[in-house]
Write a protein that binds this ligand. Structure first.
Ligand SMILES: C[S@@+](CC[C@H](N)C(=O)[O-])C[C@H]1O[C@@H](n2cnc3c(N)ncnc32)[C@H](O)[C@@H]1O
Length: 309
């Protein structure tokens, strides 16, 4: 059993306590910058309390200490920009290779399909489902999802996006070479004011939410709930350090890319736990976010506008 489970109840209680205190102190923030600022302040409070409060069992205590020692918000090389464009593109291509080997895109596609089946049951295949994928990198997942949807005869129109123009250009080139009708646009997932409410039916984001600070993620959740008519599905890994070491070893052996090994290790120290994602969604004013674990590595956090109505 991954070690992260041992500390789960301890963290969950703490987050609820902090949210309850916050609710007594101030009304829910209306503006996005205020939401971001407030969530980051609450996160600091959470981390500070976590650093000082002993866990109720030996296993949870070990987990807490590891979390306190290793948790980071340090940016990855991918975010800072590797020294050359060639290395920058090679880094995302290595991640693609890991996803291919682990068949992660097939799992993500099933998780998106499950959301559509469970939360949009009345929608027939005669209407096009407009899906926006945020932070797509050089397009690996949107291109896979498009092929998957076409193979199954699903009427899905997929748009990929990223704020990195080199990745967007590479994704456009890959779509053109593959002859796939998937648009790729330059878009900062934290600045979606240019998109109108309901511009898309569904927003998806895979393996990228750990690139955002907690406040930024709450902001992205709230904005996504405005832009996507039916809701959003976020998929990422979870922190868990013994397991992370094994994954880092696997990534290293498979890619032999020092940038990807570096970023893999940093990411695995930044990922969110399911209860943290639920907390951030609630802070963003979204009720009943649904989180499910997909062993050994992934968490899906989904929010449906249809449930909220
Ligand atoms: C680890 S890659 C994930 C790529 C892809 N979604 C996947 O599943 O493999 C993270 C991506 O997030 C992008 N990213 C980070 N911050 C972003 C932001 N604020 N807006 C849009 N993209 C962002 C990076 O450029 C990078 O392409």
């Amino acid at each position: 059993m991954p070690l992260y489970w041992f500390g789960r109840r301890f963290r969950e209680g703490l987050l609820d306590e902090i949210a309850a205190l916050d609710a007594q102190r101030a009304p829910a923030p209306a503006s996005l910058p205020e939401l971001e600022r407030r969530v980051d302040a609450l996160w600091f409070e959470y981390r500070t309390k976590l650093a000082h409060r002993r866990a109720p069992s030996l296993a949870a205590e070990l987990d807490r200490r590891l979390d306190v020692a290793l948790y980071t918000q340090q940016p990855e090389r991918m975010d800072l920009g590797e020294p050359t464009l060639e290395r920058h593109l090679r880094n995302i291509a290595s991640l693609d290779k890991v996803n291919d080997t682990l068949r992660s895109y097939a799992l993500f596609s099933r998780l998106v399909r499950r959301f559509v089946d469970e939360r949009l049951p009345a929608r027939g295949e005669s209407t096009t489902l407009r899906i926006l994928d945020l932070a797509s990198g050089h397009g690996g997942f949107p291109l896979f999802l498009d092929r998957h949807a076409r193979r199954h005869g699903w009427n899905w129109q997929i748009t990929g996006s990223d704020y990195d123009r080199n990745y967007v250009a590479k994704a456009q080139e890959r779509a053109r070479i593959a002859g796939q009708n998937v648009a790729f646009v330059e878009l900062d997932a934290l600045q979606m004011a240019g998109l109108a409410s309901g511009d898309y039916d569904l927003i998806v984001c895979t393996q990228s939410i750990h690139h955002f600070r907690p406040g930024q993620l709450a902001r992205m959740m709230r904005e996504s709930s405005r832009v996507a008519r039916h809701g959003w599905v976020l998929v990422d890994s979870i922190r868990g350090f013994f397991f992370a070491a094994a994954v880092a070893g696997f990534i290293g052996a498979l890619t032999r890319n020092p940038d990807t090994i570096h970023d893999g290790w940093i990411s695995l120290r930044k990922m969110f736990f399911p209860e943290e994602l639920r907390f951030l969604a609630r802070m963003a004013g979204l009720d009943a976010p649904d989180t499910t674990m997909h062993p050994p590595l992934f968490v899906r956090c989904a929010w449906s506008a249809n449930d909220a109505r």
